[in-house]
Design a protein around this ligand. Sequence first.
Ligand code: OAD
Length: 237
Amino acid sequence: MKPKQIFILTGAGISAESGLSTFRDKGGLWTQYKVEDVASLAGYERNPAKVLEFYNLRRSIHKDVQANAGHHALGRLQRVWAANGGEVVICTQNIDHLHEQGGAVGVIHMHGELGKVRCHDCGDVSLADGELSLHLGCGACGRTGGLRPHVVWFGETPLDMDVIFEKLSGADLFVSIGTSGNVYPAAGFVAAARSADIPTMEINLEPSENAHLFDDARYGKASEAVPAWVEELLAPD
Ligand code: OAD
């Protein structure tokens, strides 16, 4: 029987073929930068200009990338499932907007979004088009210098965890795509699904850290393995 409610977790691997670096693969972002310098509150407090420069560089790279066949396939799956009374929840650790570009809606960005800023002083979250700088003022409280990228840094709690666990616990299939399984709490979703007797599957270039916890696995490029899996699901019984 086909699943009715599918919970999909994605990571950097689904955007790799769109030209965005992953974190831990050869040449990945965390092999080029120190996490504690550019992705922690302590690093930001030590040198906010350096952190903003890192995110400005990422924002300029992200501007030119396009969703790949993996993102488009998930958008299609979501539409078809919704039209037939089911639900596909897409929860991503990625801060890019390629799922939305691929037609997905209601994407849960548990690690934040690169296109937004958050005021360090009042907490207001807003879209930010141009370069981030220490001279920008917050549209809500008016304070200058406190606009930080709306991304989750190490040591901070990921966003929307209550919605995530509600959706995950109601799922009848959990699929993890393009994530190494190194970063919690996302890396713990497969164990949570298993303990609720929800079938689990991973799609990744290679077995992840948690490979032994999945009931099923498909290894290959996301741009090929994801559309192939979606085609199978969409095929008539
Ligand atoms: P990683 O870089 O840790 O893992 C990427 C995974 O994608 C690896 O398992 C690769 O084998 C796989 N992969 C690479 N290319 C692929 C392709 N074309 N098709 C399919 N799979 C491919 O990235 P994440 O697991 O997403 O957090 O990292 C999780 C978090 O760590 C990120 O959200 C970020 C980072 O620190 C924060 O910044 C808070």
